[in-house]
Design a protein around this ligand. Structure first.
Ligand code: ATP
Ligand code: MG
Length: 172
């Protein structure tokens, strides 16, 4: 008996990045294949490549990648391209009370793409439907990038990105 339930279709993809260009290009392909509304929750250690991925994502959305930086004192940066990009970095956020007044839920509900670095710090305000993308260090300058969809809409986004890019995927 085959299981055709929606849950069974949602899978995790592991992509191996050999250098900074491959991580940037992965982001770019996700930008090029982005649906009208979507969220990417990025996690991974300092310097893993989260911002680099978002720079590629921006370019794929028609936004100059050099306008995307690590947000400093400002947690949220909005960019306008083919779709809008809301880039958030929660690294400096301390405690959940710090969410008050930021209006993150409203930002995430808006049309367009939201990319959140250090997303685990804001789990309580993240949309339930999203991509969870985690980057880990591998040997040399390589990275292991795991992308998981939490709903069928974001799964389609992964499928579109994997179809249009040539990435080294690992079986999970
Ligand atoms: N395969 C790779 N993928 C991604 N970045 C790489 C890779 N190889 C080297 N790098 C370098 O690692 C650094 C990643 O920096 P980036 O600012 O994107 O990390 P980050 O995860 O956003 O860090 P932070 O937690 O401080 O925000 C860049 O200097 C980039 O050139
Ligand atoms: Mg960063």
């Amino acid at each position: 008996m085959s299981d055709t339930g929606v849950k069974a279709q949602i899978k995790t993809v592991t992509v191996h990045s050999r250098n900074r260009e491959e991580t940037f290009n992965l982001g770019k392909v996700f930008g090029e294949t982005a649906p009208d509304t979507g969220t990417i929750a990025l996690n991974g250690p300092l310097g893993a490549g989260k911002t680099l991925f978002v720079q590629g994502l921006a370019l794929g959305l028609g936004i100059p990648s050099n306008t995307v930086n690590s947000p400093t004192y400002q947690l949220v940066h909005l960019h306008e391209g083919r779709l809008s990009l809301c880039h958030v970095d929660l690294y400096r956020l301390e405690g959940s009370e710090a969410f008050d007044g930021l209006g993150l839920e409203e930002l995430f509900e808006a049309q367009g793409i939201a990319a959140i670095e250090w997303a685990d710090k804001g789990l309580e305000v993240l949309p339930g439907a999203r991509l969870d993308l985690s980057i880990d260090y591998a040997e040399n300058d390589e990275r292991e990038i795991v992308v998981r969809a939490t709903d069928i809409g974001h799964q389609s986004w992964i499928d579109a990105a994997m179809k249009s890019g040539h990435f080294i995927q690992e079986k999970s």
